[in-house]
Write a protein that binds this ligand. Structure first.
Ligand code: HFR
Length: 530
């Protein structure tokens, strides 16, 4: 009997590198272990075990299976991280359906753009969703702990595929589009699993771990957290987005769920460090903190280390096009003269290297070059944008004849004495001020040396007369020092063209939906000032 005689639609090789196969590999061994711990309010939280997560996933998959969807069809998941959204993304994965996570807080236009570009067969919203808008075509439904409810079935379609392979797409993440039109990063099953395998070799958490995740599901950082937890036999602890912005409530969630690992972008700590330092210091269960996405201002990192001396802090560097790349432990305590944090070396199975404008690899310390990454975790390309894909997926500059493809990151770094890398901005964040090349990160690092400045963002704006003006926003503990003191400090330490002509002290820095400093918002604020 040949496989063809049994029309197996999803004839998946059980050993295949699939997302669901990898994340559920501990189910048989620890079925009653917590897989997701959800905070329900003061003194209440719920536990979903590995067995329950698997059963919910099977239930969703059985319902999806009846809809006649095919490998490669897209499903938009409008949800935050929860036991049901994790079960749903696993169910999609098991059927070869490409899930596209979008945040319930995402602007309607962004969701319409994504739906228009990807033509999803199904639009699913977690039951707790409140959005009015729904797409005018395609299947429509909501899902919750009690199952999937369809208000409009997808149009019937012919199944063309026979088997799910490792090169098929597991998910698509749309970038925040800070530099123009959002792009759909297409990630295959085998790339995600290759990344997970590399990350898990660090043993960041063990089976007793409880990984608090603070990123929206639409940001692939959340997929790191889910993979780190479930891949280690530990539990995911989603921090409700609404509580994240209240330092006291955020810490209460961590305390009551017994979180041992807290993952998130640097900005999640800003208000906690300013307003709830003592409560943070009282959290004794935390063993690790992992951050990514942008540089952690050194003064704030020192404060976090003082409050959590027992926590192992990891600087995770990477871009969505290869999920992430390096995991570098921050020295504890941070040496007193530290200005820049190392992004170290790529995780096992990958390699980071830097090249100059001619594409020649740089080995000597201190010379900045563009970071390239050799990794099996490469994205497949940007959705419906082969020109952009070719700019990021380039032939290995060190060995063009080999045809080997590497990721060109657009990031700059230089090597330290041990060969480790130090991030020093993006290729496109090099600005020219009065004919001089300026790296904005260098201005920010100098601002951070002024006593009391805990965070700083430097940016250039056009003053309308063709001149560019260097401006800075700083978070400052005692603002009476005022902007002019900070400017004088910079004038003593920086060449004139690198001294911000405009400095504003702010209580906090605006952040994007992914938690990174929102530079566009700051530029808009400046434009309003003129
Ligand atoms: N640790 C750092 N120090 C400094 N600059 C960083 C760091 N991590 C990023 N960046 C910057 O952010 C860019 C990328 O942005 S991104 O595509 O939105 N992705 C991200 O930020 C997050 C990234 N996908 C990620 C990180 C961890 C796990 C997973 Br799974 C995914 C990089 O190219 C860098 O410019």
């Amino acid at each position: 009997m040949t496989p063809d005689s049994i029309r197996a639609h999803h004839f998946t090789d059980p050993g295949a590198e699939t997302l669901h196969g990898f994340l559920l590999r501990h189910v048989e061994r620890i079925p009653d272990h917590p897989a997701v711990v959800e905070y329900l309010g003061p003194g209440r939280h719920s536990i979903t075990t590995y067995r329950q997560l698997n059963e919910r996933m099977q239930g969703y998959a059985a319902h999806l299976e009846e809809l006649g969807l095919d490998v490669g069809d897209r499903v938009i998941l409008e949800a935050d991280t929860s036991s049901e959204s994790i079960a749903m993304l696993l169910a999609c994965s098991s059927l070869g359906l490409v899930f596209i996570p979008v945040s319930p807080e995402a602007p309607e236009l962004r969701i319409q753009m994504i739906a228009q570009a990807t033509e999803p067969r199904l639009y699913l919203r977690s039951r707790t969703g409140i959005r009015e808008w729904t797409p005018s075509s395609g299947g429509l439904g909501t899902f919750g702990p009690d199952g999937l409810r369809l208000s409009r079935p997808p149009e019937a379609g012919r199944r063309r595929r026979r088997a799910l392979t490792g090169t098929d797409t597991a998910y698509m993440i749309f970038t925040s589009g800070s530099t123009g039109q959002p792009k759909g990063v297409v990630m295959s099953h085998q790339s995600v699993v290759a990344f997970y395998r590399g990350m898990l070799q660090y043993g960041i958490v063990d089976e007793t771990g409880r990984v608090a995740t603070t990123s929206p599901l639409q940001f692939d950082f959340s997929l790191l957290d889910i993979g780190l937890a479930l891949g280690s036999g530990a539990a995911v602890v989603p921090v409700p987005r609404a509580l994240l912005r209240w330092p006291r409530r955020f810490l209460q969630v961590l305390s009551e769920t017994g979180a041992t690992q807290v993952n998130g972008v640097p900005s999640i700590w800003r208000q906690v460090l300013r307003h709830e330092y003592d409560r943070l210091a009282a959290l004794t269960a935390v063993r690790g903190v992992l951050f990514c996405g942008e540089e952690f201002p050194v003064p704030e990192l020192r404060a976090l280390q003082e409050a959590q001396p027992q926590a192992c802090i990891v600087n995770c560097y990477g871009s969505t096009e290869s999920m992430a790349c390096s995991f570098t432990q921050v020295p504890n305590p941070l040496p007193v003269d530290t200005k820049v944090l190392s992004i170290g070396h790529a995780h096992p199975g990958a390699e980071m290297f830097i090249v100059d404008e001619q594409g020649i690899s740089l080995q000597e310390p201190g010379v900045p070059g563009e970071i390239h990454i050799r990794t099996p975790a490469l994205f497949s390309g940007y959705w419906a944008d082969s020109a952009s894909s070719r700019r990021s997926l380039v032939v290995d500059p060190e060995d063009p004849r080999s045809g080997r493809i590497v990721l060109r990151t657009g990031d700059l770094a230089y090597r330290g004495s041990g060969g480790e890398l130090y991030f020093c901005g993006r290729v496109d964040s090099q600005v020219q001020i009065r004919g001089n090349r300026v790296e904005l990160g260098e201005v920010e690092r100098r601002l951070l040396e002024f006593p009391g400045v805990s965070a700083a963002t430097a940016l250039v704006v056009d003053d309308g007369c063709g001149e560019v003006v260097l401006a800075a926003f700083v978070v400052h503990t005692n603002p009476e020092d005022g902007p002019d003191m900070i400017q004088k400090f910079c004038a003593r330490n920086l060449p004139a063209y690198m001294v911000p002509q405009f400095v504003e002290c702010v209580e906090s820095l605006p952040v994007t939906s992914n938690g990174k400093v929102d530079r566009a918002a700051l530029i808009a604020r400046l434009a309003l000032k003129d």
